[in-house]
Write a protein that binds this ligand. Structure first.
Ligand SMILES: C[S@@+](CC[C@H](N)C(=O)[O-])C[C@H]1O[C@@H](n2cnc3c(N)ncnc32)[C@H](O)[C@@H]1O
Length: 239
């Protein structure tokens, strides 16, 4: 019998395999007939399979224009609006929720948007293994799941590890823009990102940014506004 490693020796023989803490729970809503069709017909055009091998972004987009990433694009309305506004930029979107991906695929087709590619995978793993260093000009994180119960805070996507991963993939001078409608998460994000020497707070130390015009107003935010929710924007530059 091969010798046990020190870790294996500490584990009870029936211990479950290590499961990472994820920032989402996959609840697969039903796809509409249109979304089903989108996956069959459009995923081959816009979709990128995660393999864990770093992507060749210029080959993926067919050009070497700057690449912006949106993490957790939901139904993709903000991403599609940005891609339409800036045909001179490339946009990579990551989302795990199939109906949201299907919704965006339909919009990409309807608006003939050629500068968008999508990954359906855990964004943390994509940042860790599928993106080359300094390959992105900017990263957006709009309204990440707030995981508002204290015992769930470990699931929040903004953690020191995420900031280190962002520092690796955003080129010097590039931007990280986050927004949330959850006050205590906003404070946590500010503290965690400001603790990294890799990023400079564009608004000044300890400050939130004024709402950048660049961030599209989504239905989600409009609904929040009508309910009187606050929104906090955080804008950081990679040093
Ligand atoms: C509260 S929604 C916000 C969606 C959108 N950004 C908006 O502003 O409407 C958060 C989204 O992030 C996605 N998400 C959470 N963690 C993720 C991860 N690790 N990788 C990819 N997507 C993730 C969820 O599936 C969900 O659609």
């Amino acid at each position: 019998m091969p010798p046990l490693t020190s870790v294996a020796r500490l584990m009870p023989p029936d211990a479950p395999p290590h499961r990472p803490i994820r920032s989402y729970v996959l609840r697969e809503g039903r796809l509409t007939a249109g979304q089903e069709r989108a996956f069959a017909a459009l995923w081959p055009r816009f979709g990128v399979e995660y393999t864990g091998i770093p992507l060749d972004l210029p080959a993926l987009f067919g050009n070497d224009r700057p690449v912006w990433l949106e993490i957790g694009f939901g139904n993709g309305d903000a991403l599609a609006t940005l891609a339409e506004r800036h045909p001179d930029r490339n946009y990579l979107g990551i989302e795990v929720h199939r109906p949201g991906v299907g919704h965006l695929l339909l919009r990409l087709e309807a608006h003939a948007l050629a500068n968008v590619r999508l990954l359906r995978h855990d964004a943390v793993e994509v940042l860790r293994s599928a993106l080359p260093p300094a390959s992105l000009t900017g990263v957006y994180l709009f309204f990440p799941d707030p995981w508002h119960k204290r015992r769930h805070h470990k699931r929040r996507i903004v953690q020191p590890e995420l900031v280190d991963l962002l520092a690796r993939v955003i080129r010097p001078g590039g931007l990280f823009h986050a927004a949330t409608d959850w006050g205590d998460y906003a404070q946590q994000m500010l503290a965690v990102i400001e603790a990294s020497p890799a990023f400079e707070n564009v608004a000044g130390p300890g400050r939130f940014a004024p709402r950048p015009d660049e961030r599209p107003l989504t239905r989600f935010e409009q609904r929040g506004q009508s309910l009187g929710h606050g929104v906090w924007d955080l804008l950081f530059r990679r040093r």
